[in-house]
Design a protein around this ligand. Structure first.
Ligand SMILES: NC(=O)C1=CN([C@@H]2O[C@H](COP(=O)(O)OP(=O)(O)OC[C@H]3O[C@@H](n4cnc5c(N)ncnc54)[C@H](OP(=O)(O)O)[C@@H]3O)[C@@H](O)[C@H]2O)C=CC1
Ligand SMILES: CC(=O)N[C@@H](CCC(=O)OP(=O)(O)O)C(=O)O
Length: 345
């Protein structure tokens, strides 16, 4: 059995990793940590774990690291470096659910996250954890930067079309909407029920911190600098992301040919489902699952391809993806513990 530990386990991301790992046939959860809820049992904080998991939240992350073979970190951005270093020093593996090991360029991190990398050598070892595009590197990695939730939906939606010859220009418009769990468990005025319920609004239009992460990875896929205009919105549901992307095509390409390209690219990918032409991706059917559903549409008059990509931000956008990465790192079947089907209605 793989011994797993979760630090920042009382948060939404950490507790979702725990929910999945408790059903993973090859994993035993050996320790969880939290500060404000230290010494409480998991089942006291989250009633869904009642009679299922009575582990106490430990205050000391080092104790969790000492017990485990792999650490999942559900911490706020900017504090993961020392925990990752301690884990690697003990020849163990570290999967960061936050943003501290996603960006290659230290200047991008400093600009968007307002903090410098302190341990530059550590970042030489980081591997970007999107299995569909970095699978071979992930298998060899000890330090994973698990992708952001919006970047996961956008990259999977655009990956097959990121071939230079298909583009008119290198600028793509992305509109995304996320459920409120994306903001974490801490209460804020913006995520208050009365503010979100029966409303829908953009935020950080054109300057969200996921922009450099998306551009970094799309640029790697296409081989030339890609720029996006990214507008996230807050959707009054608990879970789920819908990303709609608008791509100007260089020439007349039939939607059927693009559909074939998407089908070929993803034919061996269990967790990416390219829907038949005429269908529209809908977030309901991916909630609580590790699936990403993609639908393709064409604005014929303007040669504009429209791609819609849906995921559950807490699963393919966080915990499920992290476990998919762990499976790869430990040589397990990639879908182990992740074969859940979404709701039918
Ligand atoms: N929610 C989502 O959809 C996604 C979240 N993420 C990322 O995952 C990470 C966690 O997010 P989320 O679970 O939503 O956040 P939450 O605010 O829900 O949870 C944060 C966790 O970190 C702990 N924590 C906070 N400050 C410290 C500290 N200084 N030292 C140690 N532990 C600390 C908290 O416990 P306590 O307060 O008791 O200390 C809590 O357990 C973030 O980096 C986030 O950006 C990534 C993808 C998607
Ligand atoms: C709805 C909502 O607020 N979503 C979050 C995205 C959460 C996330 O993935 O952030 P990290 O990159 O830090 O992991 C946001 O817009 O900041």
């Amino acid at each position: 059995m793989i011994k797993a530990g979760i630090i920042g386990a009382s948060g939404y991301a950490g507790s979702e990793v725990l929910r999945f790992l408790l059903n993973h046939p090859e994993v035993e959860v050996v320790g969880v940590s939290a500060h404000s809820d230290a010494n409480k049992k998991v089942s006291e904080l989250y009633p869904s774990f009642y009679q299922i998991c009575d582990l106490p939240f430990l205050e000391d992350e080092d104790e969790v690291i000492a017990r485990a073979d792999v650490i999942f970190a559900g911490l706020p951005a900017g504090i993961s470096e020392p925990f990752a270093q301690k884990t690697l020093d003990q020849n163990k593996k570290f999967i960061d659910l936050g943003a501290d090991f996603r960006l290659d360029n230290p200047e991008d991190y400093a600009f968007w996250y307002g903090k410098k990398y302190e341990n530059s050598a550590l970042h030489q070892q980081q591997v970007y954890g999107l299995p569909e595009t970095h699978r071979n590197e992930i298998k060899q990695a000890s330090l994973i930067g698990n992708p952001g939730c919006y970047p996961t939906s956008v990259q999977l939606g655009l990956y097959p079309i990121m071939l230079p010859h298909l583009y008119a220009n290198k600028h793509i418009i992305v509109n995304s909407a996320s459920g409120v769990t994306g903001a974490g468990k801490k209460l804020t005025e913006d995520t208050h029920f009365t503010k979100t319920n029966e409303s829908f609004h953009p935020y950080k239009a054109g300057n969200h911190r996921h922009t450099p992460e998306i551009e970094q990875e799309l640029t790697k896929m296409s081989g030339e600098a890609i720029h996006i205009t990214f507008v996230p919105h807050l959707l009054p549901v608990n879970r789920g992301i819908v990303s709609t992307m608008y791509i100007d095509l260089k020439k007349d390409i039939k939607l059927e040919d693009i559909y074939k390209l998407y089908q070929e690219t993803y034919q061996d990918e269990q967790f990416v489902r390219v829907l038949p032409l005429g269908k529209q991706a809908d977030l309901k059917f991916v909630t609580y699952t590790n699936y990403c559903d993609i639908s393709l549409h064409m604005d014929e008059r303007n040669h504009t391809l429209i791609v819609v990509s849906t995921i559950d931000n807490m699963v393919k956008g966080t915990a499920g993806q992290a476990i998919q990465n762990m499976n790869l790192m430990f040589g397990l079947k990639e879908n182990t513990g992740l074969n859940y089907v979404g709701p039918s209605f």
